[in-house]
Design a protein around this ligand. Structure first.
Ligand SMILES: [Fe+2]
Ligand SMILES: [Fe+2]
Length: 171
């Protein structure tokens, strides 16, 4: 899939995610895999991101991947997209994906680290890999999980990192 068609595919998924739900069995599942502090980070995400993370988790499990850091990273990789009860709106999210497909420089030009700015969502999108890793560091998450989260957009490094990126892109 080319950069642009992948972007369009992702944007379509965002509009589906407007009706996202997470049921009580899934809440139980999250509680059984994550520590309490990690659960707080998970449940602070908007439902659409919780749904996406669970779907990445299921993708991996359905292919027989049961490595604990991989499954934890599936649930936690995008926690950095949420900051102080603010997250990235669907429109900004779609524009960020599109801008990134056209030129990653465009996303950095669009982003502002000022929380009050309408461009803050672009900043969160652009920096969420690093932010997720830092939040997990503070939550006391194990290093193996953090390393996977830190590289999830590019899938650099281990075979597990590649698996996570593939599952992320497919969901
Ligand atoms: Fe991500
Ligand atoms: Fe993701």
């Amino acid at each position: 899939m080319g950069n642009l068609s992948r972007a369009v595919y992702r944007i379509r998924q965002f509009s589906d995610a407007l009706h996202a739900t997470v049921d009580s069995d899934e809440t139980g599942l999250v509680r059984s895999v994550l520590t309490e502090t990690e659960q707080d980070l998970f449940f602070r995400m908007p439902l659409a991101d919780q749904r996406h993370s669970l779907d990445v988790f299921y993708s991996l499990v359905s292919r027989g991947h049961m490595e604990r850091p991989l499954l934890k990273a599936a649930l936690l990789h995008d926690v950095g997209k949420t900051a102080n009860h603010r997250s990235i709106g669907v429109i900004t999210r779609s524009l960020a994906v599109l801008a990134n497909a056209l030129s990653p420089r465009l996303t950095s030009l669009l982003s502002s680290s000022k929380e009050s700015s309408w461009r803050y969502g672009f900043f969160l999108h652009r920096t969420h890999e690093r932010r997720s890793a830092e939040m997990l560091q503070r939550a006391g998450t194990d290093e193996a999980t953090i390393t996977l989260v830190e590289n999830h957009e590019h899938g650099a490094g281990s075979p597990l990192a590649k698996l996570l990126r593939q599952a992320d892109e497919a969901n």
